[in-house]
Design a protein around this ligand. Structure first.
Ligand code: HSE
Length: 314
């Protein structure tokens, strides 16, 4: 049997929602799991990068052996029904750039899990898949939209369950994704975060999260401008993302920009805007980063409303 699953990229945090807000984007990895016929061949994992992305780093950052995050996810699923995976060929066709804050690891975890679940005759339901995938990734904010699509508010509960609620992204708000040509692994980006934060910063983010949900639900652009701020992770990560502070500063007076936030753990950034100032906004980002010798790939994308899909079953 051979199963292929197409999984969207995701952006997480969206400013105030550290580890609990995420949104799917129409860039995809396709993960194929094939049962190999020859016994004793073990697990083989291959990663093929899409030439259009020209990201040599993709090959380096998804480990090919059984320690791979895909293997871990697949193994947890097999173990949950008392089995061990063997004789599998796993292939990742990758369009999502690695170590940029766009959910490439979540996509391969989710793709591997859903393909293995199909191979095994669906032992896991959505609740179990969310929980296993989040166990491997560590936080649910990329995993959840990768599985269910759209914009989600998601929470990893103390018992390991993941609960989520979908929100409707206002179609009139543009999402511009700016991907610099340097990488920032998530573990490094998380290592600079403090164990404890000042109470006033926690209160600041609690207020912004409330505003975010209300702004999205009522399409309130002025409220969204207040909501897209953060004191829990972005201030600590600024030093790892040269240019971010200048870009936020240079966009500050653009009336149609609702906010500029780090995408997940960075270094990609997301700009939320309304109306048609896109070229101007893109030029501000491009020029600011180019002055620092950083090349950037900029795309304005809609929200991907669908999560992971099985696209081939033979
Ligand atoms: N919420 C996570 C973080 C997303 O900011 O570290 C990155 O995977």
């Amino acid at each position: 049997m051979k199963i292929s699953v197409k999984v969207p990229a995701t952006t997480a945090n969206l400013g105030p929602g550290f580890d609990c807000l995420g949104l799917a984007l129409p860039i995809y990895n396709t993960i194929t799991i094939e049962e190999t016929v020859l016994p004793g061949t073990g697990i083989e994992i291959n990663v093929l990068s899409d030439d259009s992305i020209k990201d040599d780093l993709i090959m380096e950052h998804i480990p090919m052996d059984e320690n791979s995050i895909i293997y871990k996810a697949v193994e947890l699923l097999y173990n949950s029904i008392g089995q061990t995976p063997s004789e599998l060929k796993i292939t990742v066709q990758s369009q999502i750039p690695v170590a940029r804050g766009l959910g490439s690891s979540a996509s391969v975890i989710v793709g591997g899990l859903i393909a293995a679940n199909e191979l095994l005759g669906h032992p896991a339901d959505e609740v179990a898949l969310l929980s296993i995938a989040t166990e491997v990734e560590g936080h649910p904010d990329n995993i959840t939209p990768a599985i269910v699509g759209g914009l989600v508010l998601t929470s990893l509960e103390d018992d390991g369950r993941v609960i989520y609620k979908k929100l409707d992204w206002p179609d009139e708000w543009n999402i511009t994704v700016c991907i610099p040509d340097y990488e920032l692994p998530t573990d490094i980006s998380r290592s600079v975060l403090p164990k404890n934060v000042p109470l006033e910063d926690a209160i600041f983010n609690a207020k912004r999260m409330g505003m975010f949900v209300q702004a999205v639900n009522t399409k309130d652009a002025e409220l969204m401008k207040l909501a897209l701020q953060d004191k829990l992770h972005q201030p600590y990560r600024m030093k790892l993302v040269p240019g971010l502070e200048n870009i936020i500063d240079n966009l500050k007076h653009e009336e149609n920009v609702l906010g500029c936030v780090l995408s997940g753990a960075g270094p990609a950034i997301i700009i939320i805007s309304q109306k048609n100032d896109l070229e101007k906004i893109k030029n501000i980002v491009k020029n600011t980063w180019e002055e620092m010798n950083v090349k950037v790939n900029i795309m304005t994308l809609p929200v991907e409303k669908q999560g992971a899909q099985i696209i081939n079953h033979e």
